[in-house]
Design a binder for this molecule. Structure first.
Ligand code: HEM
Length: 221
């Protein structure tokens, strides 16, 4: 199997040992014309990286480069390319950050004495509360798309749970936005708003915990 390595930068011994490992261990599980990307996996920490990006140590845990072995992705390149865009993990930063910030803002609005700062904070809170359901919707849609590409179907227990709790996230954040816009962000309005934002953040926390467990899972082929 022909393998290309950069040479001439003083690491030929290390590169040679990696070449030997690759030649000895890589048996293509699905010989596919597209499957030209070569990967290495760290024996110590499990980190997976493109073979030609290896330096002198594992970028994740720092063990010497010789500790990395050849690794063949079980997922076909076209699917892997989409998964590698990490669309859902990127999109979810917005609802997660907004939900946590809005809980904090609700607490600040309850404790800060009247003045200019709470005035600005109220406007910021209103705007962010109105945007949060849309961020939740984007997270829900990108999560469902990610799950469909990863597992080909979304009717598995954990995925159904994520869709239901994701829906609850959207509804709770929508209700909080409506409360803020109609009742205002003081007195009873602020208390109801805070409770709904805490519920939203709770959903977001569980969605994240369940989601991080799904990150490295995908059907082969
Ligand atoms: C408001 C809705 C949602 C939120 C806030 C959310 C949040 C998250 C978070 C924080 C992660 C972890 C990302 C990481 O570790 O980098 C994640 C991963 C994941 N979620 Fe969601 N999720 C939502 C909805 C959904 C839905 C509806 C599904 C589909 C059933 C889903 C499927 C997944 C999958 C497959 C992963 C692993 C994806 C990857 O790492 O590329 N999520 N989610």
């Amino acid at each position: 199997m022909a393998r290309k390595f950069r040479t001439g930068h003083g690491c030929s011994g290390r590169l040679e040992s990696i070449r030997l490992i690759l030649d000895a261990e890589v048996a293509p599980s699905h010989p596919d014309k597209e499957d030209v990307m070569e990967y290495l996996r760290c024996k110590a920490c499990g980190y997976i990286m493109e073979a030609d990006k290896l330096g002198t140590v594992c970028p994740a845990c720092g063990v010497p480069a010789a500790q990395l072995e050849a690794w063949t992705s079980p997922v076909k390149p076209a699917r892997k390319r989409i998964l590698d865009l990490h669309i859902h993990p990127v999109v979810v930063h917005f609802p997660q950050a907004y939900a946590a910030s809005l809980v904090l803002f609700a607490v600040l609005l309850a404790v800060l004495p009247a003045g200019r700062l709470p005035g600005f904070l109220q406007i910021t809170t209103l705007i962010m509360a109105a945007i949060l359901p849309l961020c939740g919707l984007a997270a829900w849609a990108s999560g469902t798309l990610d799950a469909k590409i990863r597992f080909r179907k979304v009717k598995a227990p954990l995925l159904i749970r994520k869709m239901v709790v994701g829906g609850l996230f959207i509804l709770a954040s929508l209700a909080a936005a409506l409360v803020a816009l109609t009742l205002g962000l003081s007195g009873t309005g602020l208390v109801v708003f805070a409770v709904l934002e805490v519920l939203t953040l709770g959903c977001g926390t569980f969605l994240g915990i369940w989601g991080s467990g799904l990150t490295n899972a995908a059907f082969p082929g």
